[in-house]
Ligand binder design. Sequence first.
Ligand SMILES: [Fe+2]
Length: 378
Amino acid sequence: MALFDPAVLGAKPSGLRRERMESSPRYRNGRFHNTEPLADPMSGQPLGRRLSIVGEFFFERGRRTPGGVVPVESPLAAWSRPAETGLRATWLGHSTVLLELDGMRVLTDPVWGERVSPFEWTGPRRFHRAPVDIRDLPELDAVIVSHDHYDHLDYPSVRELARRGVPFITSLGVGAHLEAWGVEPGRITELDWWEETTLLGGRLGITATPSRHFSGRGNSSNRTAWSSFVVRSDRHRVFFSGDTGLTNELADIGTRLGRFDLVMLEVGAFHPAWGSIHLGPENALVALRMLGGGPLLPVHWATFDLGLHPWEEPAERLLQSASREQLVMPRVGVAVEPSRVERVEPWWREVGSREPSRIRSAGLFAADATRTGATDLV
Ligand SMILES: [Fe+2]
C-alpha cells in the first residue's frame, strides 16, 4: 500500500473550465465565496470554551463511535421492483442516496471508500459496510457531486462509476477532479447556482442551488464551488442539501423551485459553533421550514466520525426536536417511498455510542474537521 497517492488530491481547473469559474459572480480573487460569509467558529468564544472545543476534538473520541454493529440492509430486492408511488430513496450511508424518480435514477455524493481522507492508512474510517457493492448498482441516469470534500467526492467511487459512462453533474471547478480520475469530459456538467441541466429528453432536470459552505482537498480551500441541488421529474421534486449551514438562500430555493416531495438535509458533523458550515438537527428543521417543508430524510451522519458529537446524537436530537414534520429515517440500505412513511423506528438506539474514552483522534485529516478551528490552534 502506498503511503500517499497524489491522484486523490485531484486536479486544478484549467482552460474553459477555469474561464467559466472566473465568470461566476461567486468567484473573486482566485476563490469562491459564500453569499453570507462564514462565521469564524472560534470567534466570540471565551478562551476556556476554545480550549474545551480543542479538547473535545482530540480526546473525547469514544462516544463519537457506535457502540455496536450498525445494521445495514441490502436494497437489491427492493430495487428490482418499480417504486409504486414513483418516488423512492435509498440512503446508502453518509450523503450517498440513490434517488428513483419516475423510473429515472440519480445517485448523490457517492462514497464507497473505506476512509474519507487523502491517506489509505489514516483519517475517518467507515463505521459500517456499504449496503451494496458499487458494481451492483443498477443503471444510473446521473451522479451528483455537491463539492470536493473527501466525504462527498470519493476517488475510488468516481474511478468505478467513470467506467459506466454515466453523466456527472457537479459544482464549478469540481469537474477537473472528475476528468483527472477518468470521467469523459463530455459526461461532466458543471453548474453555477440556479443553472439547470436536463437529461433524458427533458424528463430529468437537475439545478444547482446555493449552499453556505467551503471546499478543498489539499492545503488550499475554496478553489472550487459548492452547491445544493434540486432534482425534478415531471411528477416529483427532491432537494439535496450537500453540505450547508443556515442561509437565507434556502428560502429562495423553496420559493423558486419548491414544493418538494423529499428534502434531504445534512444533520451530522455539527457543533454549536459551526452553524454557518453545517446545519445539525435543529437547524435542519429551520432549513426545512425555509424550503417550504416536505418529508425530511436526514443524511451526513452515521457513517463517519467528522464531528464532536456522540454517534447517534444527530438522529436522536432530530427526532426529539421535530413536531409535525414528516421524518423519513430508514436504516442504511432500506429503500423508502417518502409519501408512504408513517412513523420513525429509532433503529439507532439499538446501536448507541461507545462509552467515553480518551483516545487520541485519528481524524486530523477529516476534510470538514480541519474547519473546526481546533486544528488552527495546534
Ligand atoms: Fe463539506
